[in-house]
Design a protein around this ligand. Structure first.
Ligand code: ZN
Length: 275
């Protein structure tokens, strides 16, 4: 009798263990796809000024691009939501970051100067009703190719990359220059990268009173070459020149620069989206 009871107990325990196995297996078989899709999604997320993470603006573009379960569920969500009016979207790219400090001279670090100006520019743009995504909002390393890739994946209207220049052997050399890539895949129907560069160049030179070194075609630069929208790199000034450096060091000039960049972006967006 004792034996039969023991056997029955053992059988029930085995059944319970088997059931637990089945449940665990079911959970495990679902979770890898969740983990996987989260990983894919994270690759394409940018950062807003307040440090929060921003997802895709155009969810249908995401689903067609990725064609996985993230896209499918996003498209379903999208169908339920009422259509929001589309705001223009700009990717702001503060150059360098983390171990890559860019250029450094006279106590100024490029990665710090451009980050502060980038954040101020983005804030002004958001106040003006423009959606802004950043490649970084803090001092961290960002891979070069991922910068234009992020702009492409979110469907940005413009890519603005902010840098400062240096020429240690020629401390007298100074001024602002704006770089663009030759017409290629990154042309908007209404605005070319060259036009965007000319507008940025004009505004920054006016605001800072720097020498006007003009716009330059630099199709070899990955950030410009890989962008699928009008894209520029603005080199605000030469950190190795005392006059440019003193401007880049002053908070009031950084603010002026941000206002100039904001105006340049707004003027360019006005050409893309005429009333
Ligand atoms: Zn740089």
């Amino acid at each position: 009798m004792e034996n039969t009871l023991l056997k029955l107990f053992k059988k029930r325990r085995i059944r319970r263990i088997a059931l637990l196995f089945i449940i665990s297996f079911a959970i495990l078989s679902v979770s890898p796809s969740l983990v996987g899709s989260g990983g894919v999604l994270n690759r394409y997320l940018g950062y807003r000024g307040d440090g929060s993470i921003k997802g895709f603006r155009d969810r249908s573009a995401l689903s067609s691009r990725m064609g996985d379960r993230v896209g499918a569920s996003a498209a379903e969500d999208g169908a339920k939501e009422p259509a929001e009016p589309k705001k223009p979207l700009v990717l702001i790219d503060p150059g360098h970051g983390g171990r890559d400090f860019g250029t450094c001279y006279g106590g100024l670090w490029e990665k710090e100067v451009v980050l502060q100006i980038a954040l101020m520019t983005g804030e002004l743009l958001e106040e003006a009703g423009v959606d802004v995504v950043y490649t970084r909002t803090e001092d961290r390393e960002v891979e070069l190719r991922s910068r234009p890739e992020l702009a492409n994946s979110i469907g940005a209207d413009l890519l603005l990359s902010i840098h400062v220049n240096a020429l240690e052997d020629m401390p007298r050399y100074k001024g602002t220059e704006t770089l663009y890539a030759n017409p290629g895949q990154n042309e908007n129907k209404r605005v070319s990268s060259r036009m965007f560069a000319q507008i940025v160049q004009r505004e920054v030179v006016n605001a800072l009173g720097t020498d006007d070194n003009g716009v330059k075609n630099r199709s070899n630069l990955a950030v410009l070459r890989l962008a699928q929208m009008p894209a520029v790199i603005v080199e605000l000034g030469y950190i190795t020149n005392s006059s440019d450096r003193s401007k880049l060091a002053q908070p009031e000039y950084r603010e002026k620069t941000a206002k100039a960049l904001c105006k340049a972006v707004q003027d360019t967006l006005a050409l893309i989206y005429p009333e």
